[in-house]
Design a protein around this ligand. Sequence first.
Ligand code: MEV
Length: 352
Amino acid sequence: MSPVGGLRARLLERLTPEEVETLGARDALSIEHADKLRENVLGLLHVPLGVVDGLTLNGRGFMVTLAIEERGVVEMVRRGAGLAAYSAESSEQIMMGQIQVVGVPDVGEGIRSVLAERANLLVEMNAVSTTRRALDLTARGLDTEAGPMLIVEVHVDVKDSMGANVVNSMCEVIRPAVEALTGGRVNMAILTNLSTGRMVRVHARVPAGRLSDGVIDGVVKASAFAEADPYRAVTHNKGIMNGVSAVLLATGNDTRAVEAGAHAYASLRGAYRPLSKWRRSPDGGLMGYLEMPLSVGTVGGVVNTHPIAKINLKLLSVTTAAELGQVAASVGLASNLGALYSLVFEGVKSIQ
Ligand code: MEV
């Protein structure tokens, strides 16, 4: 089914007629193409692609496609996007890789040896990529049930890629040197999905007069419930991830990596907490704040090979991973606002 009428015209402002046809095509991704993307392909699972036009982020209007099977999510995002203006900022794009070294005769001595060779290890890692840079390397001891271990951590500026492959390759390349320096054995080397070096912060502002006093009070109290109770916080966060993951899936990004990182971040301070908070603003409106780690890419992997992912990314007209992360997080906050609005104003039936 191809989009028609006003929506088609709006899409044509950003896409070619062929790209608009592809978005609605049944066979945009052929089984042969899928077989090249992934191993053991049996068939294709089609996921509905919804669209929200009119998310205002950092003063710019965005048209966002959402890949999601759940009824009501696109409407929740549309509602949240219509109620508030969003502003977002990102940290640097630093991913961390971890190298686990076991059987180290003297962990303290091993750490000293690794740190003394830090500069050479960085040179070796930086031979892996001409575009991404290993910036730092740290080492620490870790006491575990299986005995003491030495953990080497590498910090990589992955720029606009998701970064998993480059971080893993950089860890792998220094494996022999780390073993020689510590006298231990590298048991495994892999990036962490708790990407606290890639944070996104989003503010939502609903102007005074747009929502009734009762709804504002309801949303603020719903936020307080989530802030005080992990059973509610996890569902509150699920409402956020409905939006975030739908953007990530639509743009060919790794939803599981971001979801794992988001939930770990939510519990980083010892208790599971909501990723967003809502408060009454001084002018009588409503304000929301969301903070989460987001490791996404606008280059590499499925992002540049899946025909629909490429079109969805073009539609967003974002060029950097930081911008894409800001859009995904803002859609998450919009989805959260839309859900809370519906729950406190109309009840759960309105979104099913
Ligand atoms: C359903 O997918 C999401 C909600 O449960 C979120 C929430 O409760 O805040 C409606």
